[in-house]
Design a protein around this ligand. Structure first.
Ligand code: BGC
Length: 767
């Protein structure tokens, strides 16, 4: 209470007197206490200081030991900064916090944000990879560890989870989210918020979550980053909004507005989105921050000059302005000219100070600044062990002809490819806090895991791409990668020579880390041609080839699926990726990941997703093409790998579906079950998925929607009956008038190991 008392000496007495009159549950007590504290604080604030709280600059020119001399220092002392982001250094954070709580007039502490997206120094798989674990405990655990490490280094706010539904693999930021499905994405959003925030945000090892990018950022036209989005409100409410709402319902403390426009108005100035939906319909009580220069970019969107767009953002419901300082520099003028109201400035300021209060910063502004924790809680052996195990569970085995995998820990293995000996690329995009030199490459992982039992040979085999300019744009240079300027044929020949000495070839190919993530859209989603040439040459040796595929997006693998015996998709597995790849290749861990996105045959099929509508001219099941049906002349409608798909080193069989009832009424519950048997000779884990189709609706309904899943371990030969409890709640959707309810009629209930191969039954459900 030190700082709190210094700021408001009479506060405790007043609040106790105020609340003594009647009993209030602890949560209400807390809210009353916070309310009185903030009322009292805001009474002391000048207009300038209130606007100052809305300002979120980047860490700029702050140098350890010299923070007081930075450009930002002056602004902090004048009360013109509410928080800072992406500073990695406890010493720096302490220095700037000291400026805020000792040199500014009202001594209001700063919050410190960072893009802690999939781990801090201990890096977990990219979120798209994490989502393929379909394991909510494990995902929550990864966020918990990330929060513990970040908070041990002074950070108390993370710009995560990113919950944008994405169905276009051209969009590089598909790597940062949980894929194409609304239900799975919503579950993951909740797990992440819980992991970051824990049950008590005032603890020094929990941090505030920021749900982003609100909203629809993943639907950028043509998959081109920052591009326009435009969709029906039905699709927003039924398919794109639920993960944001789930994160809000789980108590996320903040939300980040997206760069894109919605209904012709950029999200950052969209009052319907930020106030009507978020606050009025969903009851969000936290604060909304813009994305990086999101306000300024509205000048380019073409809706006004800096003052106009800043005023529109504030009046729409933005509370904090990341980097651009539009609010800082124009709000006083806008107030004088009647373009914004004092009430709106007060509301925004209140939400920012409330967030600081909720984090306990008024109690102790240095509570996240514990040198001892920095030394003992970051990149620990225990955290790395968990990261290794989580990474292995994010991998998806796409093909395993003749059980090429797992490999034996004996003989000679040729590890070939531009991603084989590249630890810097393992953490993947948005690894802001990673120490890349401490990550583990596949080459190191393989060598350490086999020890002297097998011989590992290595050759790079090709450049990432034939075009050096592309490699530069794909962020390869400076990330442990140098260009080999010899003719491609010579580089391949060297690799083939090595491969010929081995019993089996492991080809580590695909994308570099920065080929996905922000501003990394691609118009081709295939493995770059130079690497395909290498792969073809390796196949020609006649030795078994295992493709270890690095990818930040679903890729078009039609040719690979037809020609390569084994394919293990490893995404970007984080700091321990190299070990995890070895664990799975050698069968120490049996792969259990399932895709959270559809893998198309080619980019022309995009967008392709499992829960599409039927159309009025659907193609009959099993058909490749029919005239006057909804299909293409040159490619079938099938994906290469469907949503939910993933193999194991064992196999599973599914019994027919059993339904407790086929004719139901009102709130009656339905139990749907299958018996799943591990028919192979290895223990394994299977994700059993429940899908429902609402056959007739007042609006058209998807051909199937994921409504539940269970990940279960099955010993070799073991059978388990897996049951799902279905209630009318699972049948609800937003109708034409955006009313959320279910409609009576026929439903198809499906259970299976992926979205294509399901056992199904029908029920009739009346109101
Ligand atoms: C990204 C956000 C990120 C922010 C801060 C922006 O460019 O879109 O996802 O949180 O930068 O680094």
């Amino acid at each position: 209470m030190k700082l709190l008392q210094r700021l408001m000496p009479g506060l405790l007495v007043i609040t106790l007197l105020q609340v003594n009159a009647q009993y209030h549950p602890p949560k209400v007590m807390q809210a009353i206490k916070m309310g009185s504290f903030i009322d009292a604080l805001m009474k002391k604030m000048t207009l300038e200081e209130k606007i100052g709280q809305l300002n979120l600059p980047g860490s700029g020119d702050i140098v350890t030991g010299q923070a007081g001399n930075s450009d930002i220092a002056k602004k902090i002392e004048q009360g013109k900064v509410g928080g800072l982001f992406n500073i990695k250094s406890l010493a720096k954070i302490k220095e700037v916090q000291k400026l805020a709580v000792e040199k500014s007039r009202l001594k209001i502490p700063l919050i410190f944000g960072m893009d802690v997206i999939h781990g801090y120094e201990t890096v977990f798989p990219i979120p798209l990879g994490l989502s393929c674990t379909w394991d909510m405990n494990l995902i929550e655990r990864s966020a918990r560890i990330a929060a513990t490490e970040a908070s041990a280094d002074g950070i108390n706010w993370t710009f995560s989870p990113m919950v944008d539904i994405a169905r276009d693999p051209r969009w590089g930021r598909i790597a940062e989210g949980s894929g194409e499905d609304t239900y799975l994405g919503s579950q993951i959003a909740v797990a992440m918020v819980k992991g970051y925030q824990g049950t008590d945000l005032t603890k020094n090892n929990t941090i505030m979550a920021c749900v982003k990018h609100y909203a629809l950022y993943g639907a950028a036209e043509g998959g081109r980053d920052y591009n326009t989005t435009d969709m029906s409100h039905q699709r927003m409410y039924n398919e794109y909004f639920p993960p944001y709402k789930a994160a809000v319902d789980a108590g996320a403390g903040s939300v980040m507005a997206s760069f894109n426009e919605i209904d012709g108005v950029p999200a950052t100035a969209n009052k319907w989105l930020l106030t009507d939906v978020l606050r009025k319909q969903w009851g969000f009580k936290g604060f909304v921050v813009t994305d990086y220069t999101g306000i300024n970019e509205m000048i380019d969107h073409g809706i006004g000059d800096l003052q106009t767009v800043s005023a529109r953002a504030l009046m729409a419901g933005i509370d904090m302005d990341m980097v651009g300082e539009g609010l800082l520099t124009t709000t006083q003028k806008s107030l004088k000219e009647g373009k914004v109201t004092l009430a709106q400035i007060d509301a925004a300021c209140r939400r920012i100070v409330e967030a600081k209060y909720k984090l306990g910063l008024f109690d102790d502004p240095y509570k996240y600044c514990d040198d001892n924790r920095t030394k003992t809680e970051i990149f620990t052996d225990a955290n790395r062990t968990e990261a290794r195990s989580i990474a292995a569970q994010s991998f998806v085995l796409l093909k395993n002809q003749n059980n090429v995998l797992p490999l034996k820990k004996s003989g000679t293995i040729a590890l070939i490819g531009p991603l084989a000996d590249n630890k810097e690329n393992m953490p993947g995009t948005w690894s802001v806090a990673a120490n890349f030199s401490k990550a583990t490459s596949v080459l190191t992982g393989l060598k350490e895991v086999v020890g002297d039992k097998a011989k590992i040979l290595y050759a790079k085999g090709s450049n990432l791409d034939a075009d050096a300019k592309f490699e530069e744009r794909a962020g390869m240079f400076g990330k442990g990668f140098s260009r080999d300027n010899r003719p491609a044929a010579d580089i391949i020949a060297e690799a083939v020579n090595i491969a010929n000495q081995a019993d089996v070839i492991v080809a580590a190919l695909g994308e570099s880390a920065e080929m996905s993530g922000e501003s990394s859209s691609r118009s081709s989603i295939e493995i770059p041609e130079s690497q395909k040439d290498l792969l073809k040459a390796l196949l020609k040796t006649g030795k078994p080839v295992v493709l270890v595929l690095f990818a930040g997006r679903p890729m078009a693998l039609k040719w690979e699926n037809e020609n390569v015996p084994a394919i293990l998709n490893v995404w970007f597995g984080g700091s321990e990726a190299g070990y995890a790849v070895a664990d799975v290749l050698f069968g120490d861990i049996n792969p259990s990941g399932k895709l959270s996105t559809t893998f198309p045959q080619n980019v022309g099929q995009v967008p392709i997703f499992y829960n599409h509508k039927n159309t009025g001219r659907p193609l009959a099941e099993g058909k490749w093409f029919s005239k006057f049906r909804s299909n293409y002349l040159d490619v079938s409608n099938d994906p290469v790998y469907p949503f939910g798909y993933g193999l194991s080193y064992t196999s599973f069989s599914y019994s027919d579906i059993k339904l407790s009832n086929t004719s139901l009424k009102g709130n009656q519950a339905l139990t749907a079950s299958v018996t799943v048997t591990n028919t192979g000779n290895k223990d394994g884990k299977e994700v059993i998925q429940l899908y429902i189709r609402d056959v007739v609706g007042s609006i058209t309904r998807p051909v199937k929607e994921l409504k539940g899943f269970q990940k279960t371990a099955l010993k070799a030969g073991e059978s388990k009956t897996i049951s799902f409890n279905i209630t009318p709640n699972d049948l609800k959707f937003y109708n034409y008038d955006l009313k959320y309810d279910w409609e009576p009629g026929e439903f198809v209930i499906m259970i299976g190991g992926n979205s294509r191969d399901v056992k199904s039954g029908k029920v009739n459900w009346v109101k």
